[in-house]
Design a binder for this molecule. Structure first.
Ligand code: PFF
Ligand code: NA
Length: 446
Protein backbone atom coordinates (compact mmCIF):
# COMPACT_ATOMS: atom_id res chain seq x y z
CA UNK A 1 0.00 0.00 0.00
CA UNK A 2 2.71 2.36 1.07
CA UNK A 3 4.73 1.48 -1.98
CA UNK A 4 1.79 2.14 -4.30
CA UNK A 5 1.26 5.55 -2.76
CA UNK A 6 4.88 6.47 -3.15
CA UNK A 7 4.95 5.44 -6.78
CA UNK A 8 1.75 7.27 -7.46
CA UNK A 9 3.15 10.47 -6.04
CA UNK A 10 6.36 10.23 -8.05
CA UNK A 11 4.49 9.48 -11.27
CA UNK A 12 2.40 12.51 -10.62
CA UNK A 13 5.49 14.54 -9.80
CA UNK A 14 6.99 13.61 -13.15
CA UNK A 15 3.90 14.66 -15.10
CA UNK A 16 3.74 17.89 -13.14
CA UNK A 17 7.38 18.67 -13.87
CA UNK A 18 6.96 18.11 -17.60
CA UNK A 19 3.69 20.07 -17.65
CA UNK A 20 5.44 22.92 -15.83
CA UNK A 21 8.13 22.99 -18.51
CA UNK A 22 5.65 22.79 -21.36
CA UNK A 23 2.93 25.27 -20.42
CA UNK A 24 4.17 28.84 -20.45
CA UNK A 25 4.63 31.84 -22.71
CA UNK A 26 4.64 29.46 -25.68
CA UNK A 27 0.94 28.78 -25.25
CA UNK A 28 -0.48 32.11 -24.22
CA UNK A 29 1.88 34.66 -25.73
CA UNK A 30 3.77 33.03 -28.61
CA UNK A 31 1.07 30.76 -30.05
CA UNK A 32 -1.46 33.56 -30.69
CA UNK A 33 0.97 36.01 -32.24
CA UNK A 34 2.71 33.46 -34.46
CA UNK A 35 -0.68 32.12 -35.54
CA UNK A 36 -1.72 35.69 -36.27
CA UNK A 37 1.35 36.30 -38.40
CA UNK A 38 0.92 33.05 -40.33
CA UNK A 39 -2.63 33.18 -41.53
CA UNK A 40 -4.58 31.51 -38.71
CA UNK A 41 -6.16 28.14 -39.46
CA UNK A 42 -3.45 26.92 -41.84
CA UNK A 43 -0.83 27.47 -39.19
CA UNK A 44 -2.98 25.87 -36.49
CA UNK A 45 -3.59 22.77 -38.58
CA UNK A 46 0.10 22.29 -39.38
CA UNK A 47 1.09 22.96 -35.79
CA UNK A 48 -1.30 20.32 -34.42
CA UNK A 49 -0.10 17.84 -37.07
CA UNK A 50 3.52 18.50 -36.10
CA UNK A 51 2.72 18.10 -32.40
CA UNK A 52 1.29 14.64 -33.14
CA UNK A 53 3.82 13.46 -35.75
CA UNK A 54 6.97 15.05 -34.34
CA UNK A 55 6.41 16.62 -30.94
CA UNK A 56 5.07 13.63 -29.04
CA UNK A 57 7.32 10.91 -30.56
CA UNK A 58 10.45 13.06 -30.20
CA UNK A 59 9.45 14.03 -26.67
CA UNK A 60 9.32 10.30 -25.93
CA UNK A 61 12.74 9.85 -27.54
CA UNK A 62 14.21 12.64 -25.44
CA UNK A 63 12.78 11.43 -22.14
CA UNK A 64 13.68 7.81 -22.81
CA UNK A 65 17.34 8.74 -23.36
CA UNK A 66 17.36 10.42 -19.96
CA UNK A 67 15.59 7.45 -18.40
CA UNK A 68 18.00 4.95 -19.97
CA UNK A 69 21.07 7.01 -19.08
CA UNK A 70 19.99 8.15 -15.60
CA UNK A 71 22.60 10.93 -15.76
CA UNK A 72 22.78 14.56 -16.88
CA UNK A 73 22.05 14.96 -20.64
CA UNK A 74 25.66 15.17 -21.83
CA UNK A 75 26.70 12.27 -19.61
CA UNK A 76 23.69 10.14 -20.54
CA UNK A 77 24.33 10.62 -24.25
CA UNK A 78 28.04 9.89 -23.89
CA UNK A 79 27.51 6.86 -21.69
CA UNK A 80 24.78 5.31 -23.83
CA UNK A 81 26.76 5.98 -27.02
CA UNK A 82 29.84 4.25 -25.69
CA UNK A 83 27.80 1.28 -24.46
CA UNK A 84 26.28 1.00 -27.93
CA UNK A 85 29.72 1.21 -29.53
CA UNK A 86 28.85 4.55 -31.14
CA UNK A 87 30.87 7.77 -31.20
CA UNK A 88 31.30 9.69 -27.96
CA UNK A 89 30.62 12.84 -29.98
CA UNK A 90 26.92 12.25 -29.41
CA UNK A 91 27.34 14.00 -26.07
CA UNK A 92 27.75 17.34 -27.87
CA UNK A 93 24.02 17.21 -28.60
CA UNK A 94 23.65 18.00 -24.91
CA UNK A 95 25.90 21.04 -25.21
CA UNK A 96 24.01 22.22 -28.30
CA UNK A 97 20.82 21.98 -26.23
CA UNK A 98 22.39 24.10 -23.50
CA UNK A 99 23.29 26.74 -26.10
CA UNK A 100 19.75 26.67 -27.48
CA UNK A 101 18.11 27.25 -24.10
CA UNK A 102 20.67 29.99 -23.40
CA UNK A 103 19.33 31.95 -26.36
CA UNK A 104 15.71 31.12 -25.58
CA UNK A 105 15.86 32.05 -21.90
CA UNK A 106 17.35 35.44 -22.79
CA UNK A 107 14.19 36.62 -24.55
CA UNK A 108 11.83 34.48 -22.45
CA UNK A 109 12.95 36.39 -19.39
CA UNK A 110 12.40 39.75 -21.08
CA UNK A 111 8.83 38.87 -22.09
CA UNK A 112 8.14 37.41 -18.64
CA UNK A 113 9.24 40.82 -17.40
CA UNK A 114 6.43 42.34 -19.47
CA UNK A 115 4.05 40.11 -17.50
CA UNK A 116 5.47 41.47 -14.24
CA UNK A 117 4.81 45.00 -15.50
CA UNK A 118 1.26 44.12 -16.54
CA UNK A 119 0.62 42.38 -13.22
CA UNK A 120 1.66 45.51 -11.34
CA UNK A 121 -0.45 47.73 -13.59
CA UNK A 122 -3.45 45.40 -13.31
CA UNK A 123 -3.22 45.36 -9.53
CA UNK A 124 -3.13 49.17 -9.60
CA UNK A 125 -6.32 49.10 -11.63
CA UNK A 126 -4.68 50.93 -14.52
CA UNK A 127 -6.64 49.16 -17.25
CA UNK A 128 -10.07 49.95 -15.83
CA UNK A 129 -12.22 51.85 -18.29
CA UNK A 130 -9.52 52.12 -20.94
CA UNK A 131 -10.23 51.60 -24.62
CA UNK A 132 -8.30 49.16 -26.78
CA UNK A 133 -6.46 52.07 -28.39
CA UNK A 134 -5.42 53.50 -25.02
CA UNK A 135 -4.17 50.11 -23.85
CA UNK A 136 -2.16 49.75 -27.07
CA UNK A 137 -0.63 53.20 -26.59
CA UNK A 138 0.28 52.35 -22.98
CA UNK A 139 2.02 49.19 -24.14
CA UNK A 140 4.00 51.09 -26.78
CA UNK A 141 5.12 53.58 -24.14
CA UNK A 142 6.29 50.67 -21.98
CA UNK A 143 8.24 49.15 -24.89
CA UNK A 144 10.00 52.48 -25.41
CA UNK A 145 11.27 52.51 -21.80
CA UNK A 146 14.37 50.28 -21.76
CA UNK A 147 15.22 51.03 -18.12
CA UNK A 148 11.87 49.80 -16.84
CA UNK A 149 11.96 46.77 -19.13
CA UNK A 150 15.51 45.92 -18.02
CA UNK A 151 14.40 46.19 -14.40
CA UNK A 152 11.61 43.67 -14.91
CA UNK A 153 13.89 41.36 -16.90
CA UNK A 154 16.41 41.46 -14.04
CA UNK A 155 13.74 40.78 -11.46
CA UNK A 156 12.40 37.77 -13.33
CA UNK A 157 15.82 36.27 -13.91
CA UNK A 158 16.79 36.70 -10.25
CA UNK A 159 13.54 34.97 -9.27
CA UNK A 160 14.36 32.09 -11.61
CA UNK A 161 18.03 31.66 -10.77
CA UNK A 162 17.38 31.78 -7.01
CA UNK A 163 15.09 28.78 -7.31
CA UNK A 164 17.55 27.00 -9.60
CA UNK A 165 20.48 27.73 -7.26
CA UNK A 166 18.57 26.49 -4.23
CA UNK A 167 17.63 23.33 -6.13
CA UNK A 168 14.07 23.50 -4.82
CA UNK A 169 12.71 22.80 -8.29
CA UNK A 170 10.66 19.86 -7.04
CA UNK A 171 8.78 21.96 -4.51
CA UNK A 172 8.06 24.56 -7.12
CA UNK A 173 6.74 22.01 -9.55
CA UNK A 174 4.12 21.20 -6.95
CA UNK A 175 2.86 24.69 -7.60
CA UNK A 176 1.47 23.26 -10.83
CA UNK A 177 -0.94 21.20 -8.76
CA UNK A 178 -3.20 24.19 -8.32
CA UNK A 179 -1.69 26.52 -10.90
CA UNK A 180 -2.68 24.51 -13.97
CA UNK A 181 -6.33 23.91 -13.01
CA UNK A 182 -6.74 27.59 -12.08
CA UNK A 183 -5.13 28.85 -15.27
CA UNK A 184 -7.26 26.46 -17.27
CA UNK A 185 -10.42 27.57 -15.53
CA UNK A 186 -9.66 31.22 -16.07
CA UNK A 187 -8.99 30.63 -19.78
CA UNK A 188 -12.25 28.68 -20.03
CA UNK A 189 -14.13 31.60 -18.53
CA UNK A 190 -12.40 33.97 -20.96
CA UNK A 191 -13.17 31.76 -23.95
CA UNK A 192 -16.77 31.45 -22.72
CA UNK A 193 -17.02 35.21 -22.49
CA UNK A 194 -15.48 35.50 -25.94
CA UNK A 195 -18.37 33.44 -27.29
CA UNK A 196 -20.72 36.30 -26.39
CA UNK A 197 -18.72 38.96 -28.25
CA UNK A 198 -19.23 40.16 -31.80
CA UNK A 199 -15.85 38.93 -33.05
CA UNK A 200 -16.28 35.34 -31.89
CA UNK A 201 -17.68 33.90 -35.12
CA UNK A 202 -14.97 35.47 -37.21
CA UNK A 203 -12.30 34.32 -34.72
CA UNK A 204 -13.53 30.73 -34.87
CA UNK A 205 -13.66 30.54 -38.63
CA UNK A 206 -10.29 32.30 -38.89
CA UNK A 207 -8.77 29.73 -36.51
CA UNK A 208 -10.50 26.57 -37.69
CA UNK A 209 -11.24 26.91 -41.42
CA UNK A 210 -7.90 26.41 -43.12
CA UNK A 211 -7.19 27.58 -46.64
CA UNK A 212 -4.82 24.83 -47.75
CA UNK A 213 -3.52 26.87 -50.68
CA UNK A 214 -1.80 29.08 -48.10
CA UNK A 215 0.65 26.34 -47.05
CA UNK A 216 4.17 27.54 -47.77
CA UNK A 217 7.56 26.18 -46.69
CA UNK A 218 7.97 29.11 -44.30
CA UNK A 219 4.60 28.52 -42.62
CA UNK A 220 5.68 24.89 -42.18
CA UNK A 221 8.99 25.94 -40.62
CA UNK A 222 7.19 28.27 -38.19
CA UNK A 223 4.63 25.60 -37.28
CA UNK A 224 7.24 22.91 -36.78
CA UNK A 225 9.42 25.18 -34.65
CA UNK A 226 6.47 26.15 -32.52
CA UNK A 227 5.51 22.50 -31.97
CA UNK A 228 8.99 21.83 -30.54
CA UNK A 229 9.04 25.07 -28.57
CA UNK A 230 5.66 24.68 -26.93
CA UNK A 231 6.38 21.10 -25.85
CA UNK A 232 9.88 22.06 -24.58
CA UNK A 233 11.37 19.39 -26.88
CA UNK A 234 14.73 19.48 -28.67
CA UNK A 235 17.03 21.12 -26.12
CA UNK A 236 17.63 18.14 -23.81
CA UNK A 237 15.72 20.02 -21.09
CA UNK A 238 13.21 17.17 -20.74
CA UNK A 239 16.03 14.63 -20.97
CA UNK A 240 17.23 15.91 -17.60
CA UNK A 241 13.77 15.21 -16.11
CA UNK A 242 13.69 11.74 -17.70
CA UNK A 243 16.63 10.73 -15.55
CA UNK A 244 14.34 10.88 -12.51
CA UNK A 245 11.37 9.18 -14.11
CA UNK A 246 10.12 6.19 -12.11
CA UNK A 247 10.75 2.74 -13.57
CA UNK A 248 7.16 1.80 -14.15
CA UNK A 249 5.41 4.70 -15.76
CA UNK A 250 4.04 4.82 -19.25
CA UNK A 251 6.09 7.31 -21.19
CA UNK A 252 3.66 7.40 -24.07
CA UNK A 253 0.73 8.23 -21.84
CA UNK A 254 2.71 10.93 -20.03
CA UNK A 255 3.82 12.53 -23.30
CA UNK A 256 0.35 12.38 -24.83
CA UNK A 257 -1.37 13.91 -21.82
CA UNK A 258 1.13 16.76 -21.63
CA UNK A 259 0.62 17.44 -25.34
CA UNK A 260 -3.17 17.48 -25.02
CA UNK A 261 -3.04 19.87 -22.09
CA UNK A 262 -0.51 22.10 -23.83
CA UNK A 263 -2.48 22.34 -27.08
CA UNK A 264 -5.80 23.00 -25.36
CA UNK A 265 -4.32 25.82 -23.25
CA UNK A 266 -3.08 27.41 -26.48
CA UNK A 267 -6.46 26.97 -28.19
CA UNK A 268 -8.36 28.59 -25.32
CA UNK A 269 -5.94 31.52 -25.31
CA UNK A 270 -6.28 31.78 -29.08
CA UNK A 271 -10.08 31.90 -28.97
CA UNK A 272 -10.05 34.55 -26.24
CA UNK A 273 -7.46 36.70 -28.00
CA UNK A 274 -8.75 36.52 -31.58
CA UNK A 275 -12.30 37.29 -30.46
CA UNK A 276 -10.98 40.59 -29.11
CA UNK A 277 -8.97 41.13 -32.29
CA UNK A 278 -12.04 40.76 -34.50
CA UNK A 279 -14.45 42.54 -32.16
CA UNK A 280 -12.16 45.57 -32.02
CA UNK A 281 -11.07 45.53 -35.66
CA UNK A 282 -7.44 44.93 -34.68
CA UNK A 283 -4.71 43.32 -36.79
CA UNK A 284 -4.15 39.57 -36.12
CA UNK A 285 -0.56 40.05 -37.32
CA UNK A 286 0.10 42.67 -34.63
CA UNK A 287 3.22 40.75 -33.47
CA UNK A 288 4.72 40.05 -30.04
CA UNK A 289 2.47 42.59 -28.33
CA UNK A 290 -0.75 40.80 -29.33
CA UNK A 291 -1.58 39.12 -26.01
CA UNK A 292 -0.68 42.21 -24.02
CA UNK A 293 -2.99 44.54 -25.92
CA UNK A 294 -5.94 42.15 -26.25
CA UNK A 295 -6.42 40.38 -22.93
CA UNK A 296 -6.75 43.56 -20.82
CA UNK A 297 -9.59 44.53 -23.18
CA UNK A 298 -11.28 41.14 -22.75
CA UNK A 299 -11.01 41.22 -18.96
CA UNK A 300 -12.22 44.79 -18.78
CA UNK A 301 -15.59 43.56 -20.04
CA UNK A 302 -16.00 41.06 -17.19
CA UNK A 303 -17.40 42.01 -13.79
CA UNK A 304 -14.49 42.57 -11.37
CA UNK A 305 -12.25 42.70 -14.45
CA UNK A 306 -9.26 44.23 -12.66
CA UNK A 307 -9.24 41.35 -10.20
CA UNK A 308 -9.42 38.66 -12.89
CA UNK A 309 -6.79 40.39 -14.97
CA UNK A 310 -4.43 40.56 -11.98
CA UNK A 311 -5.05 36.89 -11.24
CA UNK A 312 -4.42 36.01 -14.88
CA UNK A 313 -1.04 37.77 -15.02
CA UNK A 314 -0.08 36.20 -11.70
CA UNK A 315 -0.88 32.72 -13.04
CA UNK A 316 0.90 33.45 -16.31
CA UNK A 317 3.95 34.59 -14.41
CA UNK A 318 3.99 31.43 -12.32
CA UNK A 319 3.62 29.30 -15.45
CA UNK A 320 6.52 31.08 -17.17
CA UNK A 321 8.53 30.72 -13.98
CA UNK A 322 8.28 26.91 -14.02
CA UNK A 323 9.21 26.94 -17.74
CA UNK A 324 12.24 29.18 -17.13
CA UNK A 325 13.50 26.94 -14.38
CA UNK A 326 13.41 24.09 -16.87
CA UNK A 327 15.13 26.28 -19.46
CA UNK A 328 17.99 27.02 -17.07
CA UNK A 329 18.52 23.40 -16.05
CA UNK A 330 20.54 22.10 -19.06
CA UNK A 331 23.03 24.96 -18.70
CA UNK A 332 23.42 24.60 -14.95
CA UNK A 333 23.74 20.81 -15.29
CA UNK A 334 26.44 21.24 -17.94
CA UNK A 335 28.47 23.64 -15.78
CA UNK A 336 28.03 21.33 -12.79
CA UNK A 337 29.31 18.49 -14.93
CA UNK A 338 32.42 20.62 -15.50
CA UNK A 339 32.96 20.81 -11.75
CA UNK A 340 31.25 24.07 -10.78
CA UNK A 341 29.11 24.17 -7.62
CA UNK A 342 25.37 24.61 -8.12
CA UNK A 343 25.27 28.14 -6.73
CA UNK A 344 28.18 29.33 -8.84
CA UNK A 345 26.78 27.61 -11.93
CA UNK A 346 23.44 29.35 -11.42
CA UNK A 347 25.20 32.71 -11.00
CA UNK A 348 27.24 32.28 -14.19
CA UNK A 349 24.18 31.21 -16.17
CA UNK A 350 22.10 34.03 -14.73
CA UNK A 351 24.66 36.70 -15.58
CA UNK A 352 25.31 35.56 -19.14
CA UNK A 353 21.60 35.12 -19.91
CA UNK A 354 20.93 38.52 -18.40
CA UNK A 355 23.55 40.18 -20.61
CA UNK A 356 22.21 38.62 -23.78
CA UNK A 357 18.69 39.57 -22.68
CA UNK A 358 19.68 43.24 -22.61
CA UNK A 359 19.97 43.12 -26.40
CA UNK A 360 16.33 42.01 -26.54
CA UNK A 361 15.36 44.80 -24.16
CA UNK A 362 17.00 47.40 -26.39
CA UNK A 363 15.41 45.89 -29.50
CA UNK A 364 12.22 47.76 -28.67
CA UNK A 365 13.89 51.17 -28.48
CA UNK A 366 17.47 52.20 -29.28
CA UNK A 367 18.39 49.00 -31.14
CA UNK A 368 15.09 48.52 -32.93
CA UNK A 369 16.65 49.09 -36.34
CA UNK A 370 19.98 47.41 -35.70
CA UNK A 371 19.94 44.37 -37.95
CA UNK A 372 22.14 41.67 -36.48
CA UNK A 373 21.58 38.92 -39.06
CA UNK A 374 19.09 38.09 -41.85
CA UNK A 375 17.70 41.62 -41.53
CA UNK A 376 16.45 40.93 -38.00
CA UNK A 377 17.11 42.89 -34.83
CA UNK A 378 18.36 41.10 -31.72
CA UNK A 379 14.95 40.22 -30.30
CA UNK A 380 13.57 39.01 -33.63
CA UNK A 381 16.68 36.89 -34.12
CA UNK A 382 16.77 35.11 -30.73
CA UNK A 383 13.01 34.63 -30.66
CA UNK A 384 13.01 33.06 -34.14
CA UNK A 385 16.18 31.09 -34.95
CA UNK A 386 16.69 29.14 -31.70
CA UNK A 387 13.02 28.04 -31.40
CA UNK A 388 12.48 27.40 -35.10
CA UNK A 389 15.85 26.08 -36.28
CA UNK A 390 17.91 24.98 -33.25
CA UNK A 391 15.13 23.07 -31.47
CA UNK A 392 14.17 21.02 -34.56
CA UNK A 393 17.87 20.34 -35.25
CA UNK A 394 18.38 19.18 -31.66
CA UNK A 395 15.18 17.14 -31.85
CA UNK A 396 16.38 15.54 -35.07
CA UNK A 397 19.67 14.44 -33.48
CA UNK A 398 17.86 13.20 -30.38
CA UNK A 399 15.44 11.20 -32.54
CA UNK A 400 18.24 9.67 -34.63
CA UNK A 401 20.09 8.69 -31.47
CA UNK A 402 17.07 7.09 -29.82
CA UNK A 403 15.67 5.31 -32.87
CA UNK A 404 18.81 4.34 -34.82
CA UNK A 405 21.80 4.39 -32.46
CA UNK A 406 20.45 3.01 -29.19
CA UNK A 407 20.20 -0.79 -29.24
CA UNK A 408 16.54 -1.88 -29.38
CA UNK A 409 16.54 -3.67 -25.99
CA UNK A 410 17.88 -0.56 -24.22
CA UNK A 411 15.42 1.79 -25.90
CA UNK A 412 12.53 -0.60 -25.46
CA UNK A 413 13.16 -1.03 -21.74
CA UNK A 414 13.31 2.75 -21.25
CA UNK A 415 10.16 3.30 -23.31
CA UNK A 416 8.26 0.70 -21.27
CA UNK A 417 5.44 0.33 -23.80
CA UNK A 418 5.73 -3.38 -24.60
CA UNK A 419 7.12 -4.85 -27.85
CA UNK A 420 4.24 -3.60 -30.01
CA UNK A 421 4.28 -0.09 -28.53
CA UNK A 422 8.03 0.03 -29.03
CA UNK A 423 7.87 -0.95 -32.66
CA UNK A 424 5.07 1.52 -33.39
CA UNK A 425 7.05 4.30 -31.73
CA UNK A 426 10.35 3.42 -33.40
CA UNK A 427 8.84 3.10 -36.86
CA UNK A 428 7.03 6.40 -36.40
CA UNK A 429 10.26 8.14 -35.41
CA UNK A 430 12.36 6.41 -38.09
CA UNK A 431 10.05 6.80 -41.05
CA UNK A 432 7.91 9.84 -40.20
CA UNK A 433 9.40 12.16 -37.57
CA UNK A 434 12.99 12.13 -38.79
CA UNK A 435 12.33 12.51 -42.54
CA UNK A 436 9.59 15.09 -41.96
CA UNK A 437 11.81 17.25 -39.74
CA UNK A 438 14.59 17.03 -42.31
CA UNK A 439 12.34 17.93 -45.22
CA UNK A 440 10.81 20.93 -43.45
CA UNK A 441 14.19 22.21 -42.21
CA UNK A 442 15.77 21.88 -45.65
CA UNK A 443 12.80 23.41 -47.48
CA UNK A 444 12.94 26.34 -45.06
CA UNK A 445 16.64 26.89 -45.69
CA UNK A 446 16.07 26.96 -49.45
N1 PFF B 1 7.54 25.09 -23.54
C1 PFF B 1 7.77 26.42 -23.04
C2 PFF B 1 6.57 27.29 -23.41
O1 PFF B 1 5.70 26.87 -24.18
O2 PFF B 1 6.49 28.42 -22.94
C3 PFF B 1 9.05 27.03 -23.53
C4 PFF B 1 10.25 26.11 -23.46
C5 PFF B 1 10.64 25.54 -22.26
C6 PFF B 1 10.98 25.82 -24.61
C7 PFF B 1 11.74 24.69 -22.20
C8 PFF B 1 12.09 24.98 -24.58
C9 PFF B 1 12.46 24.41 -23.35
F1 PFF B 1 13.49 23.60 -23.32
NA1 NA C 1 3.98 25.29 -24.25
Amino acid sequence: MNETLERWSSRRAFILAVTGAAVGLGNIWRFPYITGENGGAVFLLLYVAFVILLGVPVMMAEILIGRAGRRSPMQSLGHLASEAGASGHWRWVGLFGAFTVFCILSFYSVVSGWSIEFLVEAVNGEFVGRSAAEIGAGFDAFLADPALMAFNHTLFLVMTMLVVAAGVTKGLERLNNFLMPLLYLLLLVLAGHAATTSGFGEAVSWLFKPDLSAVTPMVMVHAMGHAFFTLAVGACALMAYGAYMPDHQSLSRAAASVAVLDVTVALLAGIAIFSVVFSQGMDPGEGPGLMFVTLPVAFAELPFGAFWLSLFFLLLLLATWTSSINLAEPMVATLQGWGLGRGKAAAVVGLTVWSLGLLSVLSFSTMADVQILFGMNAFALVSTIPPEIFLPMGGLLIAIFAAWVLPAPVASRALDAGPLGFSVWRNLVRWVSIPLTLVVLVSGLI
